[in-house]
Design a protein around this ligand. Structure first.
Ligand SMILES: Nc1ncnc2c1ncn2[C@@H]1O[C@H](COP(=O)(O)OP(=O)(O)O)[C@@H](O)[C@H]1O
Ligand SMILES: [Mg+2]
Length: 325
């Protein structure tokens, strides 16, 4: 059994105008599909990276996994428990505290009026746990000083604040941490430090991560498995080596071409070709077909199933051809 099993996950949002406007202007209901039929597993004590452009559904999947958002359909099981259907409140509460989330913006996610100590221990205090010396110990574990416990968030830099967020997540002794672009708001030099910290903590505490990023290069060295998301659909999944050396999906290939390569530093790169289509009116067939050089009539009609491909999986009618080019 994998630690996390996500099956046929789907999440839609009603983005219609208010009822009265709709009635007056004779507009139909509008439904946006943020996540469409996504299935993947996360093995215990591994890092699963979910990568895709802005709006591809990454945060929605993360929020569903931690129980902040219910799925529209499909199932999410963590340690064989489904938060959405588990009837026993004590089991749900236990699982919730085993899953923590770290958000992109370390400025918005810390209460400015609270001292760092109270921010870190709050989740434990709320459950009546022992908080004696906890904040000080955790601050040192994330590379800050025990003396920082009495300070307020505004006294820290962005990187230090994200360390405080990590300490708060660790306070509940979680087994699974969902990291939603945890370093995207930080300077490049600080990003690497926070990523290294997260890698070290994973080893020391035996953690499992769902690591969300819009940047393939950020997750390359950290991930055990990478899932590529496009318009709410998983289009490819592979180990980092396989994905970077022989990407099978034309979209993954485009993402890699767009990633700034070290040896081409300083030169302008071509941005990804074309726009992401409207998720309210997604293309029929393969979601990537309007941007894909290999698209055929089949791609415009039939959505490709996710299938085994090499050591990974791919959802592309022409993956063999794509990988050969
Ligand atoms: N609460 C919401 N109401 C309406 N639309 C939403 C909501 N949350 C997300 N969406 C839409 O769902 C899609 C996926 O969003 P999100 O999961 O935040 O993507 P990502 O994290 O990859 O940028 C986007 O088109 C976004 O506009
Ligand atoms: Mg997001």
């Amino acid at each position: 059994m994998s630690m996390v099993e996500i099956r046929n996950l789907r999440r839609t949002f009603d983005v219609s105008k208010p009822w009265l406007n709709r009635a007056l202007e004779r507009l139909p209901k509008q439904v946006l599909t943020a996540v469409s039929d996504v299935s993947f597993d996360i093995e215990a004590q591994t890092v699963y990276a979910l990568v895709g452009e802005s709006g591809s559904g990454k945060s929605t999947i993360g929020k569903i996994l931690v129980g902040l958002l219910p799925p529209s359909s499909g199932t999410v099981r963590v340690e064989d428990i489904d938060l959405a259907t588990e009837a026993d409140a004590a089991v749900r509460a236990e699982l919730r505290s085993n899953i923590q989330m770290i958000f992109q913006d370390p400025f918005a996610s810390l209460n400015p009026r609270w001292r760092v100590r109270d921010i870190i221990v709050e989740p434990v205090r709320a459950r009546g746990g022992d908080t004696d010396g906890l904040a000080e110990k955790l601050l040192e574990q994330v590379g800050l000083s025990a003396l920082d416990a009495v300070k307020f968030p505004h006294q820290f830099s962005g990187g230090q604040r994200q360390r405080i967020c990590v300490a708060r997540a660790l306070a509940s002794e979680p087994r699974l941490i969902v990291c939603d672009e945890p370093t995207s708001a930080l300077d490049v030099s600080v990003q690497a430090q926070v990523l290294n910290l997260m890698s070290d903590l994973k080893e020391n505490f035996g953690l499992t991560y769902l690591f969300i990023s819009h940047d393939l290069t950020v997750v390359r060295h950290m991930a055990d498995r990478i899932g590529v998301l496009y318009l709410g659909q998983l289009v490819e999944e592979a180990d980092p080596e396989a994905l970077f050396n022989a990407p099978a999906h034309p979209y993954t290939q485009m993402l890699l071409d767009a990633a700034p390569a070290l040896d081409r530093f300083g030169r302008d790169e071509d941005p990804p070709q074309g726009e992401i289509p409207d998720p309210i009116n997604p293309p029929t067939g393969c979601p990537f077909n309007p941007r894909c050089a290999l698209a055929t009539d089949l791609c415009r009609i039939e959505r490709p199933e996710m299938r085994s491909f090499g050591t990974g999986r791919v959802a592309c009618h022409h993956a063999e051809q794509a990988q050969a080019t």
